[in-house]
Design a protein around this ligand. Structure first.
Ligand SMILES: Nc1ncnc2c1ncn2[C@@H]1O[C@H](COP(=O)(O)OP(=O)(O)O)[C@@H](O)[C@H]1O
Ligand SMILES: [Mg+2]
Length: 562
């Protein structure tokens, strides 16, 4: 059972901190322990049930029904549970103050002989006259706080902070999830809350974080293997033909001709590498009978160039050679570009594929289940290629291992490389991530998308996320996209999006037992992601840049060395 003592917010009630979360003393209960009767059913129309509230006894305040609160209706066989979606004073009932409440039904509570349990879906519909109650603390605990290892308590309920709010780990991870909200509202920290809880309980997890701001190494400390441009080597020969073509050919002129030449050149280069390495390696890397231009086997750029030169030598004088020359120039330029050295830079061409996959995908994990790939200093045009390779390797490894490696791929700032606008972004990267979004779950790949601009994220990818953690969203276009993507009938609670405080989220979809408004747990300083936001008042209070540092910056800038 998740401990309520771990969850919480109040700064005044802190106990000594061990582990990622700031512990707090037990938080005050906001609702009565047991359910309070509030009225009777006066109308039922599909999932919407109307209730007329009882008049409060003279001198007493009525139970406080609010939008988003949980209510339950006693039918003949079960307690049907719903969320209050509207409140209205009619002036038509027995008194002038009759209040009518609409509830959207979402599930049922039943006693199985041992304990109360809750399940989504309604089989026993209420009827006119059934009694309605405002859910009590005990009901909230049954509905929202599943006591099992498969439940991750990540915060507390807004309706009652003494009840932990749990995510259903299997539903959450197996069907992708998204965390959206404006900058600074706590998305990265929310992800860290989820992962810290998951890693506490599952030491054989595999998590890859595409870290756009260089902030996660702080949060995961010794549990993370961190790759930066200077220690990440992703050999170019891991790219498939379509990807190599996008990187190596210039789209403007003779594109088809360049592609044809490149295709032949790659096959020849792969064969030459396999021939040359045949004596050294136990298995032949490339077999002409089974290998194709897409096989991820090593080859040398020098063999590509040699092939192009040979072909140029064989051509008739009058034959147009521009496509050959362009291709050769582009390959040479990329091979000598220091920014691409993570891909083209290793002179010791070896078949390092297994080592590379073992490192990136943590096989074995060696106590570091998280791989953080820091991309904050990677230039835009290269970023796409790195993300492309990581995402496609994730997909292909999952397919070829028959789903043998359950992995979570976290995409920070997802709108930057899976944009809604077709004309933006790098096509192979978009395609690779869309494929994971659509088919990944079949092979045990889970996606976590984080974005501050859901309206700029590819809608088909967003719609594949079955769980949404929606944090504060101020712009109307972003709120609209969220409403359009929520299949839950209780989407009315999204009206709160602009009003949410920091660290607050509305959780919808199958990763939550019920739609819920949550205050996320507070993470302790050393466990928070965060690039150490620039505090101008601190930095301006003492000297910051000096002449030697400026000179060193210019030299790195000129040498294009990060
Ligand atoms: N769960 C949390 N626990 C503690 N501090 C938090 C939490 N969520 C947010 N914060 C504070 O808010 C800041 C911004 O949060 P962050 O997760 O980086 O937001 P976002 O990713 O949405 O830009 C953090 O640096 C931290 O100070
Ligand atoms: Mg962030």
């Amino acid at each position: 059972m998740p401990s309520a003592a771990l969850a919480g917010t109040s700064a005044s009630a802190r106990a000594p901190q061990i582990g990622p979360f700031v512990p707090t003393a037990r938080l005050p209960r906001h609702v009565a322990r047991v359910a309070q009767k509030i009225g009777r059913v006066t109308g039922v129309a599909g999932p919407v049930t109307t209730i007329e509230l009882d008049a409060a006894p003279a001198g007493q305040a009525p139970p406080r029904a609010e939008i988003g609160s949980l209510a339950k209706i006693r039918t003949r066989t079960a307690h049907v549970v719903g969320i209050i979606s509207s409140l209205r004073q009619t002036g038509q009932g027995p008194g002038p103050d009759t209040v009518v409440v609409e509830i959207i039904l979402v599930g049922e509570m039943a006693h199985d002989g041992k304990s109360m349990s809750f399940a989504r879906g309604v089989a026993n519909f209420p009827s006119i006259g059934d009694e309605a109650f405002l859910a009590g603390h005990d009901d909230l605990a049954v509905v929202y706080c599943k006591g099992s290892v498969a439940a991750l308590d990540i915060g507390t309920l807004y309706q009652d902070p003494s009840v932990p709010a749990c995510l259903l780990a299997d539903e959450l991870f197996s069907k992708h999830f998204a965390i959206v909200g404006t900058t600074g509202c706590g998305k990265s920290s929310a992800l860290a809350c989820i992962l810290h809880r998951a890693l506490e309980r599952h030491q054989y997890a595999h998590v890859i974080v595409l870290d756009m701001h260089g902030e996660y190494h702080r949060a995961f400390g010794a549990k993370a293997e961190v790759f930066r441009p200077d220690n990440l080597y992703l050999p170019f020969w891991l790219l498939n033909f379509q990807e190599l073509r996008s990187v190596l050919t210039s789209p403007e002129d003779h594109h088809d001709a360049q592609s044809e030449i490149l295709c032949d050149a790659i096959v020849v280069a792969k064969r030459r590498y396999a021939d040359a390495a045949a004596g050294r390696l136990r298995n032949r890397t490339f077999d002409s009978a089974t290998g194709t231009v897409d096989s991820p086997t090593p080859f040398r750029l020098s063999d590509l160039i040699a092939y192009i030169d040979e072909q140029l030598g064989k051509l008739e004088r009058s034959y147009p050679t521009l496509a050959y020359r362009r291709l050769k120039l582009r390959i040479e330029a990329l091979a000598s570009d220091p920014r691409f050295s993570f891909m083209f830079g290793n002179p010791n061409m070896e078949d390092t594929m297994v080592d590379l996959l073992a490192q990136i995908f943590r096989v074995p994990g060696n106590g570091k289940p998280v791989t953080v790939i820091e991309l904050s200093t990677v230039p835009e045009e290269i970023l796409d290629v790195v993300i492309l390779l990581i995402s496609r390797l994730t997909f292909d490894l999952a397919v070829w291992s028959d789903g043998g490696l359950p992995v979570l791929l976290v995409c920070e700032e997802a709108h930057r490389y899976i944009p809604a606008d077709d004309r933006r972004g790098f096509l192979p990267t978009r395609q690779s991530l869309s494929r994971i979004a659509k088919e990944g779950r079949k092979y045990g790949i889970s996606l976590a998308l984080l974005t501050q601009r859901p309206s700029e994220l590819d809608t088909t990818v967003l719609s594949q996320c079955s769980t949404l953690l929606a944090m504060r969203l101020a712009t109307e276009s972003d709120q609209k996209v969220m409403r359009a993507n929520v299949h839950d009938s209780t989407f009315g609670i999204l009206e709160y999006l602009p009003l949410l405080a920091d660290r607050e989220a509305i959780v919808l979809g199958c990763g939550a037992p019920m739609p819920m408004r949550v205050k996320l747990n507070e993470l302790a300083e050393g466990w928070l992601p965060g690039s150490g936001q620039v505090r101008f008042t601190d930095r301006w209070a003492r000297p910051n840049m000096d002449r030697p540092r400026l000179e060193e910056t210019v030299s790195r800038w000129r040498g294009r060395k990060l």
